[in-house]
Ligand binder design. Structure first.
Ligand SMILES: NC(=O)c1ccc[n+]([C@@H]2O[C@H](COP(=O)([O-])OP(=O)(O)OC[C@H]3O[C@@H](n4cnc5c(N)ncnc54)[C@H](O)[C@@H]3O)[C@@H](O)[C@H]2O)c1
Length: 287
């Protein structure tokens, strides 16, 4: 597997995915409705303009590739129900088109971006049954965005059955760019700022690592993996945060002091994922 098409390669995560896959020697094309901007990646690899809601464009763009990494989506929270409807349309139809074209073209693999929001977002509205949350946790999508990801996951199970292609869905936590670490200290005295995803995060370079590992992992089904950092964004112990804000949530045994409340154990076991970036190194804090 050498030739990889990356949809959404002009975006925030896409930029780091493109860099990671180029470093690993893949031949890439970036398929996006928007060209890469100069400050992100300029033209690291060929770019093909394509609206992934248009099936013919997607089919033509994926022709000749071995696998696709599907990141193209609108990840913003719903502003109102009109924006939510547009987002649902864009993300769900794009996922269908990419999955359907991959099946029709007999691609070897589909790796794609799902989201942790399928389990609930924001988490002060949804109360987790237990923490750390893993892939067995009940789904509770509360936005058009989370619904689009949940339905795309369901689609992959069916596409996998009829095409035999492995589909690997990465349920990313909130993806943090290197420049985002500067705001971390503002979270520490105000836990409500980051309660929405149980204080979890993932560095964009670790997100890219997960994509790269997914291209070679020995998997044959439609699998979904939580991809998060090992620790929360907070300086308070995870058990304290849960006791104050989610007193009814069952805490699983063996929780580490600052351990993430979104578990990447399945990704560690089946993909070989190992987060390399930790906010304490990035912020330079001693806490
Ligand atoms: N950023 C996060 O915290 C986060 C968390 C979980 C999951 N994700 C998922 O990861 C992926 C990448 O997120 P990101 O933060 O890089 O988003 P982004 O908005 O920075 O990038 C998304 C890219 O997709 C492209 N795109 C959107 N709709 C398109 C269409 N119809 N046709 C072609 N291109 C289209 C955009 O032009 C953009 O370049 C998305 O699927 C997102 O849902 C992101």
């Amino acid at each position: 597997m050498k030739k990889i098409a990356v949809t959404g390669g002009s975006g925030r995560a896409g930029t780091y995915v493109v860099k990671e896959l180029l470093a690993r020697g893949y031949d890439l094309i970036n398929i996006d409705v928007n060209p890469p901007t100069q400050d992100r990646q300029a033209w690291l690899c060929p770019f093909r303009q394509c609206d992934t809601t248009q099936y013919g464009q997607v089919f033509a763009a994926l022709y000749g590739f071995d696998a696709v990494v599907h990141l193209a989506a609108d990840p913003r929270p719903d502003r109102d129900h009109y924006a939510g409807a547009q987002r649902f349309h864009n993300n769900t139809l794009s996922a269908f088109n990419v999955f359907n074209a991959a099946a029709a073209l007999g691609l070897e693999r589909v790796v794609w971006a799902s989201s942790e929001t399928v389990y609930g977002f924001p988490f002060d509205v949804v109360i987790p049954d237990y923490a750390p949350i893993d892939e067995q946790h009940r789904y509770s999508p509360r936005s058009s965005y989370a619904l689009s990801k949940m339905l795309a996951e369901q689609m992959t199970a069916q596409f996998n059955q009829w095409s035999g292609i492995p589909f690997i869905g990465l349920q990313f936590s909130n993806i943090i760019m290197p420049e985002d670490y500067a705001v971390f200290p503002s979270f520490w005295n105000d836990p409500k700022q980051r309660i929405f995803d149980l204080w979890s995060y993932v560095d964009c370079r670790d997100a890219a690592q997960a994509v790269a590992l997914s291209l070679t992992a020995e998997l044959s089904g439609a699998e979904n993996f939580i991809i998060a950092a090992d620790e929360t964004v907070m300086t308070r112990p995870s058990a304290d945060l849960m006791a104050e804000y989610f007193p009814t949530t069952h805490l699983r045994a063996g929780l580490g002091t600052y351990q993430s409340l979104m578990s990447s154990e399945k990704a560690k076991a089946l993909l070989g994922y190992l987060p390399q970036y930790h906010w304490r190194d990035q912020v330079g804090a001693t806490v």
